[in-house]
Write a protein that binds this ligand. Structure first.
Ligand code: AHR
Length: 915
């Protein structure tokens, strides 16, 4: 008999039973294996009045089976036997005695059509998502331009500083603190190993460039005879070399001074084992010569390297070293890594958005993406110093993007620059006079995709081997731009593009309601990067939007606050948000998660959908949410309601104070306990009782002061407080740009914050804190905090109801509730199936009665379940299948049936309609 919290046990060396039993009272689990009948037998006793939230995962070879226990009442001790053998699954549906909630789908209430355009993808070169990710090139820094400083920028102390031009919104020039990542290595990606002799060196040079667009080459100096060196490129954290596969090597060499000796090219394993060796016959003379060869390795290694082995004396210049797998996605030259592209293809994206994202705008205008420089022979592409902190080859350029759209049956969305550098960075603006250049630039881009061979840019496409037009359907006018300059420019671009290409859908980057700032809008593109709770709160945000003559494209969204690198709770936050998207498909017509990809060795953005390394690809739990939505897109919505019990929210934990870009002093802390007793903080004991988490805190004149600048600085009173207290204190702002942060219900890095005079000292709101990240709750009031004035602050917490008083006046009241169950349903006309999607973002099962009104159904159908044992769970490259959808046949659908939804799950029913 086993009893306890989280237990794991191995039986027979193969079978892994994992229990997640949060209640440690009178609840017991007895697992066993019946070898003869090849059955797992689990006996469960639950002698508690509460349900027993147990999920049982049984892994047997490839098979993952999931069960749930029965619910039993107190004193009604029963045994429940669940059994399964390979290939079969026992579900606990139907065992639900008393449902907690109801999901009602009314077949007669036909809602909006769900357009085929709904689920797409957004690709941006970020986190080495292209170079080192989707783009199949194996050599890093192939053109030796990785340390070429972008025009107008400078490098100081290994940081990159942008040009000192004014932000058009603020009028400010970038300060000293605005600087960006710069490579620490002299020649990134390349290393020199002196095998024999001494004095050999590698250096970068600009003399006699191979091509004007790529001015730098690498000089290899072997000063004396007898020198043997390995010049090695380790790729993007290793190269995946597969025995017997062809690899195309291309490079250029020039004898800078006469070279006497030999050159061999090798593929070597991580341990130095030779996978392939080819002798190269060097061409004489000081001009550049191109070398091309196919290498077929005799052994495999996932972390291999390319080596130029030189023996002799002299100086060689090397440039544009490219090693490409022969097998790319659809075998396209200069193509995409097969496994990565297939992972994208599996999402069946309706559209692809390219090239960004912030990189469209650049840190400043000078390093924006210039699509014309991404065409043609990759050797001639200068690349860009990418906004995300590394040089990108733009090998996955405009043509490759359009080709990829065509290959996967997706429509293309091109995002153009409107003469504005990223407004959150330098934010420079071209003059109105220069705007014509940017308008022409986007018209040329469209012409390249759609123009016939008689047009200038259509002809270039034909010359690049693609006579037919590409499927370009959308143009986004700018990326995350706002403000009066943008609003005006959008209108100018809109008219110019529509006049020539009326068939295109044009998208504004303003948020909800932004259409009112423009003359005409086809679509607007709001972005959300939030904590899961924000998406749980927001599932109905579109229900309330005014319907008008524009549509919505949610171009970027993700739960990326308080979820570490991503977890199931975040994925369920996105699934909940998407119930609102799908339900409002008359208004919201397109959505794409962001960012799409990361190479795990360079995560510059906190949470990304798909992870890769040199040889593996893995979808996070969020990836499977996306896939399940795309695979199960109904033709139209059906009226759906969910009723569920409100779950209690307890606000219990430590309290604290803090600031955001502000200096402030706090004193006279009082806690009124539920029984009316008052506890006061003795600030003379501050060293013992308070703990600064960040910032510079000091005690003097009876007050506790935070004196540093910068985002969130906070300290906590190291004492646990019960529920339903009132917190009082005085606070005075001493300097900086915002007001006060008051923390309560804090448990480590989670809890609640009252942000008084936040958002540039303009508003006050309660916020949730997850893993130290803040996300505001929807109710916000305008508020400004004066410097050098004492304020009386009072926050009362009463059964999840939070009330804030300032100087005795009630300012804000918010009720915290948890109802983390969401559903949406629709009808798939082609398959004649009702599709019900249900999110249970709680660590307890949801027992619901599902009612299907005004329709006759077949009992047989399918249940697709994505579930995890904990909201913190996530896949990893080593365990990519921890959280993946399970599809089971199900034969107990009825017009009214009970179902137990697993804890932490996203479930889809596909139910056949009887004709
Ligand atoms: O997706 C990452 C970034 O988030 C995008 O580049 C930008 O548009 C947004 O700020």
């Amino acid at each position: 008999m086993i009893k306890g919290d989280i237990l794991e046990c191995w039986i027979d060396g193969k079978l892994n039973l994992t229990f997640d039993n949060h209640y440690v009272q009178r609840q017991y689990v007895i697992p066993g294996l019946d070898r003869k009948n090849k059955e797992v037998i689990v006996k469960v006793i639950n002698a508690e009045a509460v349900p027993m939230p147990m999920t049982l995962n049984i892994r047997n070879g490839e098979l993952k089976l999931a069960f749930e226990t029965e619910k039993f009442e107190m004193m009604n001790i029963k045994n429940c036997m669940l059994s399964a053998c390979a290939g079969m699954l026992g579900l606990a549906a139907g065992c639900v005695s008393e449902p907690d909630g109801e999901i009602k789908v009314d077949f007669a209430r036909k809602g909006a059509d769900i357009p085929a355009s709904m689920y797409g993808i957004f690709f941006e070169e970020i986190n080495h998502s292209g170079d080192g990710g989707l783009y199949a090139e194996l050599v890093q820094n192939r053109g030796f331009e990785d340390t070429s400083v972008p025009e107008g920028f400078r490098v100081e102390d290994n940081r990159l500083y942008p040009p000192a031009v004014c932000n058009h919104l603020t009028g400010n020039k970038p300060g000293k603190e605005m600087c960006y990542r710069w490579p620490a290595e002299r020649i990134p990606g390349w290393q020199l190993e002196q095998v024999t002799g001494k004095g050999a060196s590698l250096s970068l040079m600009q003399e006699k460039p191979l091509h004007h667009a790529t001015p730098t080459s690498m000089l290899i100096r072997l000063p004396e005879e007898g020198n043997v060196v390995n010049v090695k490129n380790t790729g993007f954290w290793g190269m995946n070399i597969v025995q017997g596969d062809p690899y195309h090597l291309r490079f250029y060499i020039r004898q800078h001074t006469p070279f006497q000796g030999n050159l061999d090219v090798l593929l070597v394993g991580h341990d130095g084992a030779v996978l392939k060796k080819v002798a190269v016959e060097l061409k004489a003379g000081s001009a550049w010569n191109e070398y091309k060869m196919e290498l077929v390795p005799e052994a495999s290694d996932t972390k291999a390297a390319l080596v130029f082995q030189l023996a002799g004396k002299g100086e060689l210049a090397l440039d544009y070293v490219s090693l490409f797998p022969g097998h790319t996605f659809m075998n396209r030259p200069n193509g995409l890594r097969k496994d990565v592209a297939e992972t994208l293809y599996a999402l069946k994206p309706a559209f692809v958005r390219w090239p960004g994202g912030c990189i469209v705008e650049g840190i400043s205008l000078s390093n924006r993406v210039k699509w014309k420089e991404t065409l043609g022979d990759p050797m001639t592409r200068p690349g860009i110093y990418d906004t995300w902190g590394y040089r990108a080859t733009m090998g996955f350029g405009y043509h490759e993007f359009l080709q990829f759209c065509e290959d996967i049956g997706a429509d293309g969305m091109f995002v153009c620059n409107v003469g504005l550098g990223c407004q959150g960075r330098v934010g420079d603006a071209c003059t109105d006079k220069e705007l014509g250049f940017y308008i022409q630039d986007v018209l040329d881009a469209i012409e390249y995709a759609l123009g016939d061979p008689t047009t200038t840019w259509g002809k270039k496409r034909v010359e690049s081997g693609h006579p037919a037009p590409f499927p370009l359907k959308y143009v986004e006018i700018g990326n995350e731009n706002w403000g009066p300059v943008y609003e005006k420019r959008y209108d100018i671009f809109y008219k110019a593009i529509k006049a020539k290409y009326p068939q295109l859908t044009l998208i504004s980057t303003l948020g909800l309601g932004g259409n009112e700032k423009h003359e005409k809008v086809d679509m607007i593109d709001p972005h959300w990067y939030v904590a899961p709770d924000t998406f749980f709160d927001m599932d109905s945000i579109f229900d309330q939007q005014k319907r008008g003559d524009y549509k919505i494209y949610v171009g970027e969204y993700a739960c990326n606050i308080g979820v570490k690198g991503g977890n199931m709770r975040g994925a369920l936050g996105e699934a909940a948000f998407l119930t609102g998207v799908e339900r409002n498909s008359d208004l919201v017509q397109m959505a794409s998660y962001a960012p799409l990809l990361e190479n795990v060795n360079d995560r510059v953005w906190p949470v990304n959908l798909i992870w890769v390394d040199s040889y593996r690809v893995m979808g996070r739990s969020s990836y499977y949410v996306q896939k399940m939505y795309a695979d199960n897109r109904p033709s139209w919505n059906l009226g759906t309601t969910v009723s569920q019990p409100e779950l209690p929210v307890t606000v219990q934990g430590k309290i604290g104070v803090g600031t955001w870009e502000t200096q402030a002093e706090y004193k006279d802390f009082r806690i009124v306990l539920p029984d009316g007793k008052v506890e006061e903080a003795d600030l003379s004991r501050i060293d013992r009782e308070w703990k600064p988490i960040s910032g510079t805190w000091s005690f003097g004149d009876g007050g506790y002061t935070q004196s540093e600048s910068g985002p969130m600085k906070w300290a906590v009173w190291e004492k646990e407080w019960p529920e339903n207290c009132t917190l009082e204190m005085k606070a005075r702002k001493k300097g900086g740009s915002e007001g006060f942060l008051i923390f309560f219900g804090v448990n480590d890095q989670d809890g609640y914050v009252l942000n008084i005079g936040g958002w540039g000292n303009s508003a006050t709101a309660f916020e949730r804190m997850n893993n130290g990240g803040l996300s505001a709750m929807p109710d916000k009031v305008a508020q400004h905090i004066e410097t050098d004035r004492w304020y009386d602050i009072r926050i009362s917490m009463n059964r999840g109801e939070l009330t804030f008083y300032l100087d005795g006046e009630q300012i804000l009241q918010t009720k915290l509730t948890r109802m983390n169950r969401y559903a949406v349903a629709g009808y798939d006309e082609q398959k004649e199936e009702i599709v019900v999607k249900m999110v249970n973002a709680e660590d307890t099962p949801f027992d619901a009665v599902v009612k299907l009104d005004n329709v006759k159904i077949e009992p047989q159908g399918k249940v697709i379940t994505l579930s995890a044992l904990s909201g913190n769970d996530e896949n990893s490259l080593d365990q990519p299948d921890k959280i993946i959808p399970r599809t089971q046949d199900y034969d107990r659908f009825e017009p009214e049936f009970n179902y137990r939804f697993e804890p932490w799950s996203f479930t889809i029913f596909r139910i056949k309609v009887k004709k």
